[in-house]
Design a protein around this ligand. Structure first.
Ligand code: HEC
Length: 147
């Protein structure tokens, strides 16, 4: 039992260390960021569709995640991170970095504006998604490779 625990601990430490190294790469950082944004979007969509009850704390947290993540996202595209780690980033990002940044900041600004108005019920969350949603597709169409 003790031996098993120790072996497990060693195996787990090894895994965790491997994960930390890979997770530090900008390709992984930005994919994790987008996963968070996707999760926030899903939480809001669940409320808008009535699958989940309206919850002001969830709305605030989701919009805050989108705002903060969108603003930090364009910093995760340094030269040398164009490929690798299953990135879906299009080479166009590096050709049009200013436009790409502007699109990310627009998502951040829209999330901030919605947060300031604070959607107070299911219908308002639906309307908020009408403001936020086009940012996702608008950037993905140009700057995310379809795999
Ligand atoms: C400024 C451009 C931009 C905006 C705005 C944007 N995305 Fe993304 N998104 C990307 C790029 C680029 C990738 C690919 C990143 C990579 O693979 O390195 C991506 C990837 C993703 C992924 C896949 C993550 C993974 O690897 O598993 C999800 C999910 C996602 N975006 C959701 C969203 C949602 C939801 C929104 C809107 C709320 C959004 N994105 C807005 C550029 C954007």
């Amino acid at each position: 039992m003790k031996l098993k625990t120790a072996l497990f601990a060693i195996a787990f430490t090894g895994l965790a260390m491997g994960a930390v190294t890979a997770a530090d790469e900008p390709q992984m950082v930005r994919q994790e960021m987008m996963k968070k944004v996707g999760g926030a979007m899903g939480a809001l969509a669940g409320i808008a569709k009535g699958e989940k009850p309206y919850d002001a704390a969830v709305v605030t947290a989701s919009l805050t995640t989108m705002s903060e993540t969108a603003k930090a996202f364009p910093d995760q595209f340094p030269a040398g991170s164009e490929t690798g780690m299953d990135t879906e980033a299009s080479p166009k990002i590096w050709e049009n970095m200013e436009d790409f940044k502007a699109k990310a900041l627009k998502l951040g600004a829209d999330a901030d504006a919605v947060l300031a108005a604070m959607p107070a019920d299911q219908a308002a969350v639906g309307a908020a998604l009408g403001t936020i949603g086009p940012n996702c597709g608008g950037c993905h169409e140009v700057y995310r490779l379809k795999k």
